[in-house]
Design a protein around this ligand. Structure first.
Ligand code: G
Ligand code: G
Ligand code: MN
Ligand code: NA
Length: 249
């Protein structure tokens, strides 16, 4: 059977689930936020990676309903962690849907979720059509008190020009720059410079993909605001967030 049809059914019948990956202070001891990451546990094929079903969802338009399911579930789960911010990935197609902001607002009001705790993560692909409406949409989201993060920063073609034009609240440095710390002599200079740039522009800076003590200790010497990666915690089910907080403290 066709995978798109199965994905439709998965959305409607709760075969999707969310895991949450903590983002900590740079000393790694206090959790500040969690990023929601969707999982599909297929009844016969087993776990299917979002790296393969998100593109399928984007091609078929299912991303809109899938994304609303993610937002609703994440806002409900995160009611348990009133002290934490919640980051949710939003596909460019979902972001550009004409009803996206209304639907987002109605999920916030239905779940009673404080918009100031929500951060949406978009990649620079959201701008790929050079649509001036995107800037207005970003601003409308921010006017609701929701923060906007630029995800995977540094992997695209024109990252710097987007920073100049769009008022992001948060910069998530792509994990490739962190992975390079051990192997490339220039990586630490580039990473340090990106962090200072984010700082100078008044953004919160998140380093993702921290896998080693060496990477974590480098970042402790910078002005980075949050760390995320397997070294601190893998993504975990909602029930385990409390345990992770105790382990890190
Ligand atoms: O969690 P994992 O590393 O397997 O995610 C793979 C990719 O899928 C990442 O690029 C991540 O941003 C994306 N992804 C995970 N969850 C979501 C989601 O809920 N919505 C969207 N649009 N992308 C997601
Ligand atoms: O593109 P985005 O930043 O949303 O991707 C999130 C993805 O990164 C998730 O699929 C998550 O499983 C993965 N991830 C989280 N921490 C690490 C890490 O330390 N190393 C690697 N390689 N991937 C990570
Ligand atoms: Mn992300
Ligand atoms: Na990313």
């Amino acid at each position: 059977e066709n995978l798109a049809r199965e994905l439709r059914r998965a959305i409607d019948h709760d075969q999707l689930s969310l895991v949450y990956q903590p983002q900590t202070t740079i000393n790694g001891r206090k959790v500040l936020a969690v990023e929601a990451l969707v999982r599909w546990n297929h009844p016969t094929r087993g776990q299917i990676s979002p790296a393969s079903f998100i593109p399928l969802a984007e091609e078929t338009g299912l991303i809109n309903d899938l994304g609303l399911w993610v937002l609703r579930r994440a806002c409900r789960d995160a009611a348990r962690w009133p002290h934490l911010k919640l980051a949710v990935n939003i596909s460019p197609i979902q972001f550009r849907h004409p009803q996206f902001i209304e639907r987002l607002a109605s999920i916030l009001s239905a779940t009673g979720f404080n918009p100031h705790r929500l951060e949406i993560e978009v990649t620079e692909n959201v701008f790929s059509h050079e649509d001036p409406l995107v800037l207005q949409m970003l601003q409308r989201v921010q006017q609701k008190g929701i923060r906007v993060a630029l995800d995977d920063f540094g992997t695209g073609y024109s990252s710097l020009s987007y920073l100049r034009q769009f008022p992001f609240d948060t910069l998530k440095i792509d994990r490739g720059f962190i992975a390079g710390l051990e192997t490339s002599p220039h990586a630490s200079a580039i990473l340090g410079t990106i962090i200072n740039l984010g700082e100078a522009l008044g953004m919160s800076v998140v380093a993702e993909g921290i896998e080693t003590e060496h990477q974590a200790s480098f970042l402790r010497l910078t002005n980075c605001d949050r760390l995320q990666g397997y070294y601190l915690s893998r993504p975990v089910p909602a029930d385990e967030i409390g345990d992770v907080e105790i382990r890190l403290a």
